[in-house]
Design a protein around this ligand. Structure first.
Ligand SMILES: N[C@@H](CCC(=O)N[C@@H](CSC=O)C(=O)NCC(=O)O)C(=O)O
Length: 280
């Protein structure tokens, strides 16, 4: 992997790397924050999955996570949200399909299936690469926002034992039932909706093999709340099977990174505690 940039931040390092991905068949870029303590020990990692229109950079520039992550000794890896550098039909025309909108699934439909394999990329290929090439441990949590919040939920629900913690900001909890998800799933997974269940957190949680506690924060003034997010549907599914969920509604907050920045410390502490780091 090729180091693209390195910057000192809170006595740690923010690096961006490019590498060839077997999953997507493209070059992929990711960002990693390495806390200062990494010099002394292999640190656990939080994977952050971003939302529609994002790259690896949105979280790094806007979330304000690195001061506390440095103190906790928690590395953070931020993948991109889709393959890049392709020119598939329709790939760059709409913000919620194609580039910047990979939805963390393995596409089965043309023209996407050869490259849009973001599920394999974020759950398998990228962690293997990061653990082989960087001074981090195999202990990991996963979190994300909106499309990426849902990506985090399905990554944890589909891989029992792989993550020690999972959390989300304003996740699209039931993509099979809302416009953003239905559009993406129809394109990537085809018209047979029974195939969509494999990537729908509200359906997956019912038969989850592990009851890993989930933290979700949601703003009550989020413009996408009613049409696209509907956290109450996931809450009902969790309640029906006693899956531990903490869903916090925050009056006045919207869908933006101002909301994420306001509560990111709670999520970092939530993950750090599950990963065995001191949070005091
Ligand atoms: N442009 C679109 C909405 C785009 C948007 O709000 N993207 C969010 C994630 S939404 C769900 O995945 C985001 O994180 N944007 C980047 C940022 O830095 O805020 C529209 O206007 O409707």
């Amino acid at each position: 992997m090729e180091l693209l940039s390195q910057q000192a931040v809170f006595d740690g390092w923010l690096r961006r790397y490019r590498h060839h991905s077997e999953s997507t068949g493209t070059e992929m870029v990711f960002a990693v924050f390495l806390p200062p303590a990494v010099a002394a020990a292999r640190m656990p990692v939080l994977y952050w999955l971003s939302g529609l229109t994002c790259t690896d950079e949105n979280f790094c520039q806007k979330a304000g996570a690195f001061r506390l992550a440095a103190k906790l000794g928690l590395a953070i890896v931020c993948p991109d949200t889709s393959p890049r550098g392709l020119d598939l039909p329709g790939e760059h025309e709409e913000y919620d399909l194609g580039s910047g909108a990979g939805f963390y699934v393995n596409a089965t439909e043309a023209p996407w299936s050869g490259h849009y394999r973001m599920y394999d990329y974020v759950t398998d290929e990228l962690p293997s690469l990061v653990e082989a090439m960087l001074p981090v441990s195999a202990d990991k949590g996963i979190a994300g926002h909106s499309m990426g919040g849902h990506g985090a939920l399905i990554a944890a629900l589909k891989n029992p034992g792989q993550y020690q913690s999972v959390s989300a900001f304003a996740p699209i909890v039931h993509p099979s039932a809302v416009p953003w998800g239905r559009k993406a799933f129809r394109a990537y997974l085809g018209p047979d909706e029974t195939q969509w269940a494999e990537y729908d957190a509200t359906l997956l949680v019912i038969d989850a093999k592990e009851r890993l506690p989930i933290l979700i924060d949601q703003g009550s003034k989020d413009a996408f709340l009613t049409e696209q997010l509907q956290p109450e549907r996931f809450q009902a599914a969790c309640q029906s099977v006693d899956h531990p969920l903490t869903l916090r509604m925050h009056p006045g907050y919207d869908h933006s990174y101002y909301f994420i920045a306001s509560f990111i410390d709670d999520h970092l502490r939530f993950h750090a505690e599950a990963l065995g780091l001191a949070t005091g």
